[in-house]
Design a protein around this ligand. Structure first.
Ligand code: GTP
Ligand code: MG
Length: 196
């Protein structure tokens, strides 16, 4: 599948504002600043499709992109950012959990975790939730360029061990938006999920 023609469709504050729940959808989730928006831009070869920022908490809405009619990519609000006011935080966490629980067209979850601190609490919760709901998961260890090849490889192997306890369909790959490491693997998995 060619991801380059992907276009922005809409931003939604909650799931009622999303496009109708048909076709196939893949969601990008992860802690704030994990690199979700950057990964979307890398995948689609577009510099500014999804807005990125050095400041965590940039993506506060559910952003919807369309690869082809009925084939969508979703940039979800990041979680775990301490400095956001509690009321705002609760609003997006609610939008996030509602989306994950109710969206029929959700066919795969890309869970992004910074390779330097993977498997934090909420990451594990999401993994539990997805595997329990039989949603396949692609775990991406992001910013892999921040580690040397040795530690990178050992983190990957440890992560592949760690996901076994969740059961279910979980794949782990390294990823870097900077070096494009892991991009072919991401393209292959997303194509598999979207073309069915
Ligand atoms: P929220 O929208 O706040 O949830 O963040 P996000 O997960 O969308 O992260 P975003 O893509 O905005 O990236 C956060 C920061 O990490 C930015 O400063 C990016 O430039 C940087 N970043 C993202 N991917 C990589 C990567 O592969 N390597 C390096 N070195 N930096 C990256
Ligand atoms: Mg973002």
């Amino acid at each position: 599948l060619n991801f380059q023609p992907t276009v922005f469709v809409t931003s939604a504050a909650d799931i009622r504002q999303l496009p109708s729940d048909d076709g196939v959808e893949i969601a990008f989730a992860g802690r704030s600043n994990a690199g979700k928006s950057s990964a979307l831009n890398t995948l689609t070869r577009q510099r500014n499709l999804a807005r990125t920022s050095k400041t965590p908490g940039r993506t506060q809405l559910i952003n919807v992109f369309e690869v082809l009619p009925g084939k969508r990519l979703i940039d979800l609000p990041g979680y775990g950012y301490a400095k956001v006011p509690i009321a705002v935080k609760e609003k997006w966490q609610q939008a996030l959990s509602e989306y994950l629980q109710k969206r029929e067209s959700l066919r795969g979850l890309v869970l992004l975790m910074d390779i330097r601190h993977p498997f934090r609490d909420v990451d594990q919760e999401l993994l539990h939730w997805a595997t329990d709901s039989e949603i396949p998961v692609l775990v991406l260890l992001t910013k892999a360029d921040k580690l040397k090849p040795g530690p990178r490889k050992s983190t990957l192997l440890k992560a592949r061990e760690a996901v076994l306890v969740f059961g279910g369909d979980v794949t782990v790959e390294m990823f870097s938006s900077l070096s494009k490491l892991g991009l072919p693997q991401v393209e292959a998995k997303l194509t598999e999920w979207l073309v069915q």
